[in-house]
Every structure is written in structure tokens, then in C-alpha cells.
Design a protein around this ligand. Structure first.
Ligand code: ASP
Length: 355
């Protein structure tokens, strides 16, 4: 063998070895812990519903499921330790900034966020709107604390890491994962507050994770992540424009709407009855507020279906906006983000059609 041939053979062998090592290298998944029941603790194993949320630190959560190390190199970040009902814009923006920093790192393949289930859908939707990446971001929670019999957190975490580690999860937008089920952040919500199948979407699941393998059945068509016009990097400070929700029922009064206006609220999401209806005795109140500059968005207290523009009320004439199929809490976030860019109701309506 000539010297040239020997060198060539050695080079080919070592390149082959390098390639097979990189094929074997596990993806890196960051677990960003924020608290919630998945990190909760109860007095006894039979306390499946009575416990304190946000107690267990991230490393304990990770070490409780050693099997996730077979799926990925997993590293933990303790972003917050909070029950999710207490999350405000400040915490939401902080989570988004931390996740954004992580997905920008070339060595990170995916991010899992452990989160309380109460406002899990809000954080997931917000990230879906403001983090530009095609890397998988998975928000996971549990309904029973780790201290309870049949705790659901460990298997949920295992599935979430599998999802975040899978190359097939790229470009699917921010996902919510619990009870084996992969759900889209924009249209999934908490629907049962006691069972482990707490979340669902009227448009169906994206897929499932079974024994650490994702299976896919659908994909969303709305703008999200890389395709969003919102970017966490453009948002300054610790708060968003103030947007609040009013809840529809029979026998309402204008008091809440007027109080919000006095308090400097910029937009009201009216979680109306049926098709986002507004009672005839409140129409003047809402029209007056609109004339004073308040944005009025008609959403619905009914969890399925969607609000049709000009169907229940003449939105064109009143200059109101409809939330389409976004539930009131998601409509609140999209409106707040929209108000960082524009006060135009036409633009806001366009966003509700697109996101
Ligand atoms: N209140 C808890 C939380 O959202 C409930 C849960 O995590 O399931 O933090």
C-alpha cells in the first residue's frame, strides 16, 4: 500500500467513525421547570387533589424518571417555582425569554417546560406566538402531584422529552403534552379540572406518544413560531398592554366594563354567551367605550365552535372585533401582543383570522 493510500484509508475510517458517533449522539433536551402540580407535594399518597403546587426542584423531577436519559441528554433549568394561576405578564415574559435563549443555542435540540395546568394553555400559546424557532417546544403538566398514588407527572415528562427529542417534532409549533396526547397550543385548553385527561382541542389532537415514540395524525394551518409577526426579542419591559376579560351571563350590569375602562384597560375580551353575544341593554355601554378608544373583542364562554363576525352583532358598524375560535384567555394574549404593534381594529381582526 502506498503512503497516499494508507493515509486515505485511515481518513476514510476515522470519518466513518465520526459519522457513526454523531449518529449515536443523543439529542440535548432542556427541561425548564416553572412549578405547578407536576412539582407539587401532598401530605400523603392518597392526596391526589389536596396538595401544594410548586415544591419539587427540577433536578428531583428529572432524576425521578431515569429512563429519560435513554432518550436525550437532559439538563434542567429552574426558571420559576410557582402555581400557574399566579403567573402574570412578568413571569410569562420571563419564561418566553429564557426559552428563546435556549432554542437559539446550537447544541439544544428541544425544550420541555414543566408547568401548572391552570394556565398551561396560556403560556403555550404565548410561546407559540413569540418564539421564532422550528425546534420542538413542549409544555407539560400533571394533574396529580409526584407524592400521589398513580402520579401522572413521570410518564408525562417521559413522553414530553421523547417529543422534544424527536426530529419529527420540528416545525410543529409549540405543543402541549399530557395523558399520551400531543395538542396544539393555539386551540387546546383545560376542560376537566380533576381527571388526568385534562386537556383537549375541539379540532383534535396532533398525535400521541406511546412508549416514548411520537405518532402523528394532524398538523395546524395557522401562523406560529417562525411564521409569526410577533417576536419576544422586540418586546421590552415586564408587562404587556392591559387586556381583561368579562364573563357573559343573564342579568349583567355595566359595572365591570366601566371599572375596567377607569382602570386604564386598553381592550376588553367579552366572553359572551353563545356566539359571543352582548345583551341589548349593554350594547350602548360597549359602543360608548369603543368610541372612547377601548378595543372590544367578542369571544364566547362556550368552549367549542367559533364566533362569527357580524352574525350576532353588527361588528362592522360598531367597530368591534371577533376572536374567531380562540377562547377568551387566548384572545386576551393575542390582543395584548397586537396592541404592542397597532391600535387598528382591522389589523387586530386580521390577526384573529390568521393565528
Ligand atoms: N393550580 C395548579 C397550577 O396550575 C394546578 C396544576 O398544576 O394542575 O399550578
Amino acid at each position: 500500500m502506498t503512503q497516499y493510500k494508507m493515509v486515505k484509508t485511515l481518513l476514510t475510517l476515522s470519518m466513518g467513525a465520526m459519522l457513526s458517533i454523531s449518529a449515536l449522539a443523543k439529542p440535548t433536551v432542556m427541561v425548564v421547570a416553572t412549578g405547578g402540580t407536576i412539582a407539587g407535594a401532598g401530605a400523603s399518597a392518597t392526596n391526589s387533589a389536596t396538595y401544594t403546587a410548586a415544591k419539587v426542584p427540577v433536578d428531583t423531577l428529572i432524576n425521578a424518571v431515569p429512563q429519560i436519559k435513554d432518550l436525550a441528554d437532559v439538563k434542567g433549568v429552574q426558571a420559576l417555582q410557582i402555581a400557574s394561576e399566579s403567573i402574570t405578564d412578568k413571569e410569562l415574559l420571563s419564561i418566553a425569554r429564557q426559552v428563546n435563549d435556549l432554542v437559539k443555542k446550537p447544541e439544544v435540540n428541544g425544550v420541555v417546560i414543566t408547568h401548572g395546568t391552570d394556565t398551561l394553555e396560556e403560556t403555550a400559546f404565548f410561546l407559540n406566538l413569540v418564539v421564532h424557532t422550528d425546534k420542538p417546544i413542549v409544555v407539560v403538566g400533571s394533574m396529580r402531584p409526584p407524592s400521589a398514588l398513580s402520579a401522572d407527572g413521570p410518564l408525562n415528562l417521559y413522553g414530553a422529552v421523547a417529543l422534544a427529542a424527536s426530529p419529527e417534532s420540528k416545525g410543529k409549533g409549540v405543543m402541549m403534552f399530557m395523558n399520551d396526547t400531543i395538542l396544539a397550543a393555539r386551540d387546546s385548553s383545560k376542560r376537566i379540572n380533576i381527571h388526568t385527561n385534562a386537556f383537549d382541542s375541539q379540532w383534535g389532537a396532533l398525535g400521541m406518544v406511546v412508549e416514548g415514540k411520537p405518532y402523528w395524525f394532524r398538523q395546524g394551518v395557522k401562523r406560529q413560531t417562525n411564521n409569526s409577526e410577533f417576536n419576544i426579542e422586540d418586546i421590552k419591559g415586564d408587562s404587556l398592554p392591559l387586556v381583561q376579560i368579562t364573563y357573559g351571563s343573564d342579568s349583567m350590569t355595566p359595572v365591570a366594563y366601566e371599572a375596567y375602562a377607569k382602570a386604564g384597560v386598553k381592550a376588553i375580551i367579552n366572553a359572551g354567551t353563545g356566539n359571543g353575544s352582548v345583551p341589548n341593554y349593554l350594547v350602548d355601554t360597549l359602543r360608548n367605550l369603543r368610541q372612547q378608544g377601548m378595543i372590544i373583542v367578542r369571544a364566547s364562554r362556550v368552549q367549542d365552535g367559533f364566533v362569527l363576525r357580524n352574525a350576532e352583532k353588527p361588528d362592522d358598524e360598531y367597530d368591534w372585533v371577533v376572536a374567531h375560535d380562540l377562547n377568551p384567555q387566548k384572545a386576551r394574549l393575542l390582543t395584548a401582543l397586537a396592541l404592542t404593534k397597532t391600535n387598528s381594529t382591522k389589523e387586530l381582526q386580521r390577526m384573529f383570522w390568521q393565528y
